[in-house]
Structure formats: C-alpha cells, structure tokens
Design a protein. Structure first.
Length: 389
C-alpha cells in the first residue's frame, strides 16, 4: 500500500513536541484493518468499495485503493470533487439526491468521473434526468433499498420500486443497481445477531434486484454495506459489492458491537493534563468536545465509554479511565462508576491519548492526521483531511 506522506519542516517530530490536542493515526493498525476486510471480500468474490466519509483523506484512500482510481464511496459532493482532483474516477455518492446536488454531480460526470448517485422516488428520477440532459451526459443511479427500517429507501416488495425503475428509464437515466445499508447492525452486540443482520441485508438486497429483473430491468450491481455486516456476513451470494468506512480506523462503538478490539482502533486524540481535583476524582485535559466531538454513541451499549477511553502515550489503556465530561476546550477524566480501579497519578504536563467513540465524528474535528506507529514516539508524516460539503 502506498500513500503520499506530507512532511512539514516546522512541525513536531515527536509526540512529546506535538501541540495538543492533536489527531493521531497509527499507520500499522490502519493497514491491518484495511487488509483484514480486503482479504475477506476477495475470498468471497465481492468488490470492496471503501466509504471515504470517515477518513476524508487522499493518503488513506490510496492505501485503501492502491490502483488510485477507485472504486470508492463518498458522502458529500465535496468529497467527490476532492478525490476526483486526485485521480479517482469510480465513485458512488451514497446520499439521497436533491436538485442542486443532481446538477453538481452531473458536472463531475461531464468531467469524466463515473459518479453514480442514489435515489428512491420517481420525482428524483425526473430531476436527475433533467440535470443529465442539461449537462449533456447520461446519469447513472442506484435505487435505495430499506433492509431494516433504519434509513431511507424502498422495501423490496414495494410496488414503487418498479415504478422508480420505469421513471429512470423514461428520464434517460441508467439503472446502476440497488443499494442498501444495514444501519440497525450498529445496535447489536452478539455474533448470532450480527450474522443474522448480515444475512437479512443480503437477502433483502437480492430480493429487490430479482424483483427488478423480473420486471425486465437490468440490475447489474447489488451493493450492501455496513462495517458490522461486512465483518460478519457468512454468505454473500447474489451480492456484487460491499461498502464500509469506519473499518479503516474502528472506534469504541465498533468495539462495543464486537467487530474489533481496542487494539484495532487506529486513531486517537493526543491531549495534555492541565489540572487535577483529587477530592472529586478528576483529571483535567486540554481536549474537550471540540477535539473529541459530542458523540456519545456508546451510551446505549453495554459499556458506556463516556466521551472516550483513555490510554497512555504509548497506547496502553488505563483500566476504566474515561472522559466522563467534556466542555468546549477541556475534558474531565474519571474512573468509570462502579469500578474498583484507582485514578492513575498523572502530573500536569503528562500526555495521554483518548480513543474515540465515533471515528468519523472525532476525525471531523481535525484538519490533519499525525501519522505514528506502535512503539515509536516519532511522527512519520502529516496527512491533511478535507472538509466541507
């Protein structure tokens, strides 16, 4: 795998020199996570279309897609434009379509990008067709399928499915296939439930594709995807591609689901101790919700990790030490309620890491990844992230 290491001559060379709060990315864990899912899909004959909404980085994208042109998934058209500038040509924009996004997407198709869009209504089919005609291009669209009641889309048995496909044909839009996302898998935590969610996702997607084919429509791509189902699917018969994004970095929500361990989490926020209040069992750090995000995704799981789990600067997790409270620019560390562990002795100036609840949300608070590797204090590179819509 190869990326573009962006070095800044005036930037910190080691973690000890790095101003905090700062976003760290463990390159070894990243590559291991990428290889794990890539191998799994290759064994099953399914195309992996990585979702770049988590990383938003050309350096990460080039490691996930060494060929350098795709396939990838994006969640904003700013992402699509950014990756297009870096040579990516095969993309799926996996967010519902509006008139202005249809026009913007068609400008990318006119520039030579095979950007496929997502819709679930005849109204969207017509507006996409109009945008394609205005740009002088033939649009390509997926019909979104709702496999578990979690997101938008049509059910596989909804008569509107055939109507939307017909509307696409009338509007001069090519039907790329169907696309679904098993969002409910994020609320599960047993192997049996996750395997079941993956099979339901597959079965519903294939049923929708078969319904379209029975009505005389071509449905070349059957696209499914979520990080939990991607890792727990036993059978992908009838599926042609898998989309996943947070698997690159993983996070505490995915650890709570059971997809990874804390040793797989590739990003963390480096922070500095700025005060203590022993009588309350508190340690103050200079990373608040502006650095960590307000995501509390683990609150509904079996283990509530507060605003993040704490490790030492080398990555060793402190037992039951969490960010219990987060203000704008400072966080409060405390031992998890009910734990018998003692608060560690962390002097003012000590540096520690916070493992994120939600990698997408935490990474979005930062402009650059400080790239590190296990067992080393060195900052090997600085990889910029893109932002915006």
């Amino acid at each position: 795998m190869s990326g573009t290491d962006h070095q800044d001559g005036e930037a910190a060379a080691t973690l000890g020199e790095l101003a905090t709060p700062a976003l760290l990315l463990d390159k070894h864990r990243l590559d291991r996570n990428l290889g794990r899912l890539s191998s799994r899909m290759a064994e099953r004959g399914v195309v992996l279309r990585p979702h770049m909404k988590t990383a938003k980085s050309i350096d990460v994208a080039r490691r996930a897609c060494p060929a350098g042109s795709g396939p990838i998934t994006v969640s904003t058209l700013a992402e699509a434009e950014y990756f297009a500038r870096h040579g990516f040509r095969d993309m799926t924009y996996a967010v519902g379509l509006a008139p202005h996004t249809a026009e913007r997407a068609m400008r990318l198709r006119k520039a030579g990008v095979d950007l496929k869009v997502l819709l679930d209504s005849t109204e969207q089919a017509r507006l996409l067709g109009a945008a394609g005609r205005a740009a002088g291009v033939t649009p390509s669209a997926f019909i979104e399928i709702d496999c578990d009641g979690h997101r938008g889309g049509l059910t596989a048995s909804d008569p509107k499915l055939i109507a939307v496909a017909a509307a696409l044909g009338e509007a001069g839009v090519r039907l790329a296939g169907i696309l679904t996302h098993a969002g409910e898998s994020y609320s599960l935590f047993t192997r049996e439930a996750l395997v079941g969610a993956a099979e339901n996702e597959r079965a519903v997607a294939v049923a929708a594709a078969e319904a379209l084919r029975a009505a005389g429509d071509e449905c070349p791509v059957v696209s499914v995807g979520s990080t939990p189902t991607a890792h727990f699917a036993d059978d992908l018969t009838g599926v042609t591609e898998m989309r996943a994004g947070v698997y690159m970095f993983f996070d505490l929500v995915m650890q709570g689901v059971g997809v990874c361990t804390t040793d797989d989490i590739a990003i963390s926020v480096l922070t500095t101790v700025i005060g203590t209040k022993p009588e309350k069992g508190w340690i103050f750090v200079d990373a608040g919700w502006m650095a960590l995000s307000r995501d509390r995704g683990t609150a509904a799981q079996r283990v509530d990790q507060g605003y993040g789990l704490v490790s030492d600067v080398a990555g060793k997790v402190y037992p039951d030490l969490i960010v219990s409270q987060a203000n704008q620019e400072h966080g409060i560390l405390a031992i998890r309620p009910g734990s018998a562990h003692a608060l560690p002795d962390l002097p003012i100036g000590a540096k520690i890491r916070i493992l994120p609840n939600h990698a997408c949300a935490t990474a979005s608070q930062h402009e650059v990844y400080n790239v590190v590797s296990a067992g080393s204090d060195a900052i090997h590179a600085r990889w910029p992230r893109m932002r915006g819509w």
